[in-house]
Write a protein that binds this ligand. Structure first.
Ligand code: MEV
Length: 408
């Protein structure tokens, strides 16, 4: 059974063109020559913090939406996915070089004044429950072997951006602070920009699945759960595997990011840097089988720099519709939803890899694209896909022969 319940209220702007008009697109970026459409799908069955959620996903890869729906169904009982997330704290950086001696101490002595100054740039944030959360003075050193070492001071400030992604607010504050810092240190101002390693804005989700729910074909649930945990240990041990593992996690997160008008490059950059924070690139999720409870436990922690009040959200009708469809209540809510989707997506990939292999499901979905590419009409599609799967031949040529046979 699917748990969907699509909201029926008017105004969900799902149109064949993707909801974006050329004039609006032209105002969004430069040198616009057209629009570019991708499929929007809706994953179902997700139970997050006790609530059923629909998940809009924009993605070109087959199996992604189906995997979320299928795995979400497996995770619904006993409690579904549980998630929480940090406040929406972004980090801003102001870099200074060639500073006079004692410059770091001089900045530290001025921090109360700098805090007041920075807090005054976006006073509305405090009214919304956010605002400036602190500052740190970091003394760094460029020390690449064979090159002249270069000391630098970097001021970090922390801004709770509430429901905004926050890039513009952070960058404005960084630029406002820079001349003050130059005066305090006698140094040269370098970069003034946010950090996409948003490790103070982490979303976490977890799930416990009774192993019996994971059984597949002749494998019992415990074997599948142990297989998933073993697949995770491979990713923990090996960055080559961890990269593919995390690509699967990001299949889900990026698709929701696209659907909700989020800057997915920021999320990608932050996720991968966070995955490498120990010095080795590791998986973003953890999967362990607990024999005592006979349950598979999964966890994810990933920085989420998302907004629900600015950027593409303001202008893109489909983004607005997707946010409504998912019932998004703000940036932290969206962050938790995305983390949950990443976790469930990863479960789908590992379960397939630990059992029948990924190609079984993938090739069935791929067969649809091949059949359409070969010219199958909607009524012929099912039969052509069946013919490709039966013959294990997924070439366009085979699809054409199947279409000819049907039409004959
Ligand atoms: C394919 O898009 C994603 C996977 O390769 C992820 C994984 O290997 O875990 C299936």
């Amino acid at each position: 059974m699917s748990h969907a319940g699509l909201p029926s209220e008017a105004g969900l702007a799902f149109t064949p063109e993707g909801g974006l008009s050329l004039p609006v697109a032209d105002a969004m970026i430069e040198n616009v020559v057209g629009l570019f459409a991708l499929p929007t799908g809706v994953a179902v069955n997700l139970r997050l913090n006790g609530e059923d959620r629909l998940v809009p996903m924009v993605v070109e890869e087959p199996s992604v939406v189906a995997a979320v729906s299928n795995m979400a169904r497996l995770t619904r009982e006993p409690v579904g996915i549980e998630a929480e997330c940090d406040d929406s704290v972004m980090i801003g950086q102001v870099q200074l070089s060639r500073c006079r001696d004692g410059a770091a101490e001089a900045i530290r002595a001025e921090l109360p004044r700098l805090m007041t100054l920075a807090a005054g740039v976006h006073p509305q944030l405090a009214e919304l429950g956010g605002g400036l959360r602190g500052m740190d003075v970091r003394e760094l050193r460029y020390d690449e072997p064979g090159f002249e070492p270069e000391p630098m001071i970097v001021l970090h400030f922390y801004l709770d951006c509430v429901d905004a992604m926050g890039a513009n607010m952070v960058n404005t504050i960084a630029e406002r602070l820079a001349p003050e810092l130059a005066a305090i240190t006698g140094g040269d101002v370098g970069l003034r920009i946010l950090s996409n390693l948003a490790d103070r804005r982490v979303a976490r989700a977890r799930v416990e699945i009774p192993a019996a729910r994971l059984s597949q074909d002749e494998l019992d649930g415990r074997e599948v759960a142990e297989g998933i945990a073993a697949a995770w240990r491979f990713a923990y041990a090996d960055p080559y595997r961890a990269t593919t593992h995390n690509k699967g996690v990001m299949n889900g997160i990026d698709a929701v990011a696209l659907a909700t008008g989020t800057d997915w490059r920021a999320i990608e950059a932050g996720a991968h840097a966070y995955a490498a924070r120990s010095g080795q690139y590791r998986p973003l999720t953890t999967w362990r089988y607990h024999a005592e409870s006979d349950r598979l436990r999964g966890d994810i922690a990933v920085p989420m720099q998302v907004g629900t009040v600015s950027g593409a959200i303001r202008v893109h009708p489909t983004v607005q519709a997707n946010l409504r469809l998912a019932g998004v209540r703000g940036a932290r809510d969206l962050s938790m939803l995305m983390a949950a989707v990443g976790l469930v997506q990863n479960l789908g990939a590992l379960r397939a890899l630990a059992t029948e292999g990924i190609q079984h499901g993938h090739m069935r979905m791929h067969a649809r694209s091949v059949a359409i590419g070969a010219g199958a009409s909607p009524t012929e599609l099912g039969a052509v896909v069946h013919a490709l799967c039966e013959s294990h031949d997924f070439t366009v040529e085979r699809a054409r022969r199947a279409i000819e046979a049907l039409r004959a």
